[in-house]
Ligand binder design. Sequence first.
Ligand code: ZN
Length: 216
Amino acid sequence: MITFPQRLLDGYRTFTTERLPTEQSRYRELSVRGQSPEVMVIGCCDSRVSPEVIFDAGPGELFVVRNIANLVPVYQPDSGAHGVSAALEYAVSVLRVKHIVILGHAQCGGIRAFVDKIAPLSPGDFIGKWMAMFVKPGEIVEQRRHETNQDFVTRIEKAAVFRSLENLMTFPFVRARVECGELLLHGAYFGVAEGSLFVLDRATNQFKSAREATAS
Ligand SMILES: [Zn+2]
């Protein structure tokens, strides 16, 4: 008896009858010459925030890493195994992507857990340890006076994008390619309810609606 989820088998059937016929040649081409995506997206595991869906991307277009709260760790060349860093190294040094997008989002469970300090966020838990890297040593993250809890959460969701962008630059191979103009770093924020996308304007450090953002 096959216990593979029926929803996935149904979805695969739809893929083979609807999407694959139009993309078959693309898949064949990619299998022969390999992938060469221009964009890496680092997003959250959240099932509502799929980069391929949001950006209407086909096969071979996006190199995606997803983790809790779309965090990039600081460069840490120790004896440990670092999944995000390995993916980053592959994207930047092997695939030579031209853009890295940090995709944050509203109603992020990881950020909510971090803000509310709820279980499983004890220092011994995986999420607790993972989210701890969001905070720099000595840094205090707390709700401001006159700030609603919702505004606080939104601010921290966006701060996670800024922190990841900052941490990206601690990787020598990222910094080198950014400084010579071969790699551009971007921030974005997805509003789940409206399906709205906000793009970070690096000049003002403000998120602007993607509809207003000009191509550059
Ligand atoms: Zn999230």
